[in-house]
Ligand binder design. Sequence first.
Ligand code: NAP
Ligand code: MG
Length: 500
Amino acid sequence: MSNTETKEATYKPTSPNSKLDFESVWEYAPAPQDSDFAEVKDRYELFIGGKFVKPSKGRYFKSTNPATEEEITEFAEATQKDIDKAVKAARKAYEGEWSRISAKERGKYIYRIARMLQERAREFAVLESMDGGKPIRESRDVDIPLVAAYFFYYAGWADKLEYAFPGKKPVPYGVCGQIIPWNFPLLMLAWKIAPALATGNTVVLKPAETTSLTALKFAELVKDCGLPDGVINIVTGAGQTGAEIVNHQDIDKIAFTGSTNVGKIIQKSLAGTDKKYTLELGGKGALVIFEDAPIDQAVEGIINAIYFNQGHVCCAGSRLLVQEGVADKVIQKLKDRLETLIVGDPLDKNTDVGAINSKEQFETVNKYLELGVEEGADIYQAKCSIPENGYFIRPTLFTNVSQSNRVVQEEIFGPVLTVQTFRTADEGIDKANNTPYGLANGVWTDKGSKIFKVGSKMRSGVVWANTYNKFDPTSPFGGYKESGVGREGGMHGLAAYIRN
Ligand code: NAP
Ligand code: MG
């Protein structure tokens, strides 16, 4: 009997009202992405003044693949002396060639970076997935295309700044220190470097400890593209390296993306100094689903809001608020949909949910899972199989939670959703706003007027309507309250890199 015949024999037609039946019809054969072509060196040095240089103290730290727990390479640890060297290189470039060339030429370099990123897109996507655990489908279709799009977008502004700021003569800050997290490593680099260069600044950037690989590959690309030495410097290391950047006397502006806790430390160290800063911090986004919402679309939106990138998304929609009349239906459909998610090898093209970025984050998320149960919530996890090795967590829902529960209040930064209900629009808005954060929220309803009413009362930098986690270089992004200071993206993102 052939394979097809076996499947036909076991296929049971389902009624139109029942959930979609995939399992008895299709099976997924592994679809591995080839990774051999993506070269990873045994060791990466610091990128300072256009050269790869050894760290002054000769110390290196290992980087692992979170899906296999295998070490993939090692990175140099930059200490104070190295940061000083990088800042001097950035200053020299700023005062030298970079300020002398025309804005049009500056733009051409940024266009060249964008095109080279596109040419090597698959390689960057593979390395991003290997180093950080995100599914190849996401790094290939979301991260890397957006990285190129941000460089293209800001390249276009380089020689048109007077149109962005009419009546002003835009002046760059000078040397910018930039510190980024591990959830969208190359994309966060693009958000930082592209507008800084377009406005004529030079940069010293530190990627996160667990995901420095694509930043160093990017440094190789920068070297190949002929950008003047010292315009972009990439230094690797842990939190202390970041602190050395923040505290360096000759840096004009700090751009930080990361946790609210570290953001507060940075804000304190910058208080009373002349340095400018932007802080893009944590979040605890709410998804407000009204009874008149297109329910299937809303369920897809929820999946995209919280399980995209394993929930390692600052603007993740981690609190579901659903209107009472449709709560049971939404929760049931959500549970059904959870069962269809494929969790596993990030380099398999079928994978929906990859590996948790690091052992540390894996432990943090697991602690929150225990905490939720201790707080009295009901836990529901997809029944899917997960690989034996590596840091994997099943997509999770907590129902029966209250507003004061820590799992509802604190940023978990993993594939964990809490579910609450509301009756009136005002109650939904109040619950959505009842958080120290204010980065992004989502609203699902059939009525445009309700979108405007609810959206305008939500205290968050972004409100998505009938969709979630959509990014575009022309659109500003940033937070209210403890989610940060300043905006990135769009023209607002340019303003963050010029003196007023
Ligand atoms: P994190 O611990 O705050 O780290 C962010 C970056 O800061 C890393 O490069 C880190 O280095 C460095 N760092 C740590 N301590 C430092 C210090 N005292 N001084 C200067 N730099 C220091 O955050 P994370 O865990 O990597 O990232 C997750 C957080 O980022 C979440 O809260 C998420 O919401 C937020 N996030 C926000 C946005 C946004 O746009 N609002 C976007 C993405 C992520 P090491 O990696 O070496 O520790
Ligand atoms: Mg890693």
